[in-house]
Design a protein around this ligand. Structure first.
Ligand code: HEC
Length: 156
């Protein structure tokens, strides 16, 4: 987790440059790949909180929703920085990230933005306590995970 936080300042610069960053000096591909798997797991954990709320399987809990959405925002904003060049399968480190991430970098960034935009809509609805809007936005948020995985993550 510490290495993930360390990567955060790179996120904006990368976002502006429209090309994948290189692995920062002193970082190994293994460290970066580990950090991004942790980040993705954190997203999975947040979705496990949000899904029953959206389906109405658990009673509405604004604090829990906002905490999970804060995690998604934090992780989402740092996504591009977690995929520096040299951290694909060619690194020799176990990763499900496909070469398409780097071959189609602008599409990958678009998928990242699709996710962060969807998360923002859901977060605004949760802040407003608007459960209908929350449920509506949640579907798009959940789909945005799959949209990226379909193209950029290897099937197991
Ligand atoms: C912009 C693309 C993108 C988006 C959006 C995205 N993912 Fe991922 N995800 C990936 C890639 C690429 C990997 C493979 C990472 C690796 O193995 O290095 C991955 C891996 C994962 C993993 C496996 C982590 C591990 O332990 O190996 C989980 C769980 C996951 N994603 C959950 C989610 C969830 C839940 C969402 C939505 C809330 C999401 N992802 C959104 C691209 C994305």
């Amino acid at each position: 987790m510490r290495s993930f936080l360390f990567l955060m300042p790179f996120a904006m610069a990368v976002f502006m440059a429209n090309i994948a960053p290189a692995v920062a000096q002193g970082q190994s591909a293994a460290t970066v790949i580990e950090a991004r798997k942790e980040a993705m797991k954190a997203k999975g954990g947040a979705m496990r909180v949000l899904t029953p709320l959206a389906r109405g399987d658990s009673p509405w809990n604004q604090d829990a929703a906002l905490a999970a959405l804060a995690t998604l925002r934090r992780v989402g904003d740092g996504t591009a920085a977690l995929f520096p060049r040299g951290t694909g399968p060619e690194s020799g480190v176990a990763t499900a990230a496909l070469p398409a991430v780097w071959d189609q970098w602008s599409n990958f960034e678009a998928a990242t933005r699709g996710f962060t935009d969807a998360a923002r809509v859901v977060e605004e609805a949760a802040k407003a306590g608007d459960l209908e809007r929350f449920k509506g936005g949640f579907g798009a948020l959940a789909r945005s995970c799959g949209t990226c995985h379909e193209t950029f993550r290897a099937r197991r």
